[in-house]
Write a protein that binds this ligand. Structure first.
Ligand code: UN1
Length: 498
């Protein structure tokens, strides 16, 4: 067991305690005897100090040429790669996912650092001809100011990188409040940026809880842009509070992601994909497969395979190399998942495997639950409609592609989706008709890459996309510039009208 480390806030390049003098501790969800860190329980005064630092740093950072800003990110990518093992260990210990998955979280941040870093030499605008002679026109991106970020614990390094790195390359400065269950990864990301040359005040970290540290950030008048990933419930609050000050608010929220299995699907492939996407990260991904919508002809065969695979998963401490599935992140999440399992039973779904908390032996000090599969689920049941964020899979049987698509779309959310079929027409129909920001063909609902837009429709998001070329849109303002070198007044839409 390693030592518990004391983490200060990071404001203006210095590690400082919370002005309120309070701290909180984080324990390893696989072994609650292991205190992984003690963090500042920040308040509005800490947020004020961080925003003040970010605002002052903005005056100079916005003028650093974008390629120079990008070079810092590219150097940070190299540092992240060199420290991948250590940072993966920290990440597993703070939030529970197995080491191999934690490595993926770091690799996603490395990819984003390379992608956002190289954007420093692109950030293309549009240059178009004028309708008037001797007139030139173009558009360019400009930074906005201090960006407030509230990040979740489930991808503590990747999601922090999706927000922070595009914001920085655009020339903004940042105040970030990481999820209180997994703050260390944000410190690790920022450590690399600082060693790579990021000036003081450009990124500031304020740890703590939503009401005491998140809300003052959301409401701060000097923070014009908010980027939030988390629950729809909290996202709605962030949106409402932001709207009062006409802030730009980018929200990334829940999912109830469907995976359609047609009767011509390759069931070997389906079996592997479903188990990975439903139980990977203990189901705690907003992209997790939580509904399998299967054609009745292959349902029985598929269910048997899924149950066999789910029961064979090795649940345990993510630090052990043999572990397939780690614990849930905290006690509240455990209670929530167990609560939904009870809901599923009382709604009349059939519990085919799992359903219990694991408490014996090495499980005694952790938040472990078995991989759980419900069959006979009807689309109207709560377990088919509400986001559980745990290793609970609902299997729904259908008769046709039309019915599968209708069931898939009949939920509030629309993040990720998938269809397994060998019929190219069915695949293309699904691609067009699934109400989701992401569609996979013959692959499960998880595993988005950072150079395509990431985000969802309906209650999942509010129209913004993280990652991909669209990532710059949240963190920059367009400016259109007209240069008239005719030496005379040329009236657009009038002097050239005939
Ligand atoms: C999330 O669950 O919030 O596509 C992000 C994926 C990962 C990111 C998940 N690359 O599953």
């Amino acid at each position: 067991m390693s030592e518990a480390r004391l983490f200060m806030n990071f404001i203006n390049g210095e590690f400082v305690p919370s002005l309120g003098g309070k701290t909180f501790e984080r324990r390893n969800p696989a072994d609650t005897a292991d205190v992984v860190g003690i963090f500042q329980d920040s308040n509005a005064d800490d947020v004020e100090a961080a925003v003040t630092a970010a605002k002052a740093a903005y005056a100079t950072w916005r003028k650093v040429p974008a390629p120079r800003r990008g070079e810092i990110l590219l150097r940070a990518a190299d540092l992240l790669l060199a420290r991948k093992d250590r940072y993966s260990h920290d990440l597993t210990r703070e939030m529970g996912k197995p080491l191999f998955e934690a490595g993926g979280d770091i690799v996603e941040a490395i990819g984003m650092a390379q992608y956002a870093g190289s954007e420093g030499r692109r950030m293309h605008g549009v240059t178009t001809p004028s309708e008037l002679p001797n007139k030139f026109q173009m558009s360019m991106r400009q930074p906005i100011g201090v960006i407030g970020m509230i990040t979740p614990w489930n991808f503590p390094m990747a999601i922090a990188s999706w927000k922070m790195l595009p914001a920085l390359v655009c020339g903004n400065t940042v105040v970030i409040k990481p999820g209180e269950d997994a703050s260390i990864s944000t410190f690790n990301l920022v450590e690399c940026l600082v060693e790579a040359g990021l000036p003081p005040g450009v990124v500031n970290i304020v740890t703590g809880h939503g009401p005491s540290a998140g809300q003052p950030l959301v409401e701060h008048p000097d923070v014009p842009v908010l980027s939030f990933t988390g629950s729809t419930e909290v996202g709605r609050l962030v949106y409402e509070l932001g709207a009062r000050q006409i802030k730009r608010v980018s929200l990334e929220m829940g999912g109830k992601n469907p995976l359609i299995v047609m009767d011509d699907a390759d069931l070997d492939l389906v079996e592997q994909g479903v188990v990975w996407a439903a139980f990977g990260t203990t189901g705690q991904r907003c992209t997790a497969t939580s509904r399998v919508i299967v054609h009745r002809k292959v349902a029985a065969a598929l269910i048997e395979r899924l149950v066999g695979r789910a029961q064979a998963l090795r649940v345990g401490n993510g630090l052990h190399p043999a572990t397939d599935m780690g614990p849930l992140v905290n006690e509240a999440q455990l209670e929530r998942v167990l609560g939904y399992i009870e809901v599923g039973k009382s709604e009349g779904a059939t519990l085919r495997c799992g359903g219990n908390r694991l408490t014996e032996g090495s499980y005694a000090n952790g938040w472990f639950v078995q991989p759980t599969i419900f069959t006979g689920v009807r689309p109207t049941m709560r377990i088919a409609r509400e986001e559980i964020f745990g290793p609970v899979l609902s299997v729904i049987e259908v008769e046709s592609l039309d019915e599968a698509l209708a069931v898939a779309n009949d939920v509030a959310y629309g993040l990720s989706s998938s269809i397994y079929t060998r019929d190219i027409n069915a695949a293309y129909r699904a691609m067009h008709e699934l109400e989701a920001g992401i569609v996979y063909i013959n692959a499960p609902t998880i595993g988005a890459e950072i150079h395509l837009p990431f985000g969802g429709v309906k209650a999942t998001g509010n129209g913004h996309r993280e990652a991909g070329p669209t990532m710059l849109d949240v963190f920059s303002e367009w400016k259109s510039v007209y240069v008239d070198y005719s030496g005379s007044l040329q009236r657009a839409q009038i002097d050239n009208a005939d």
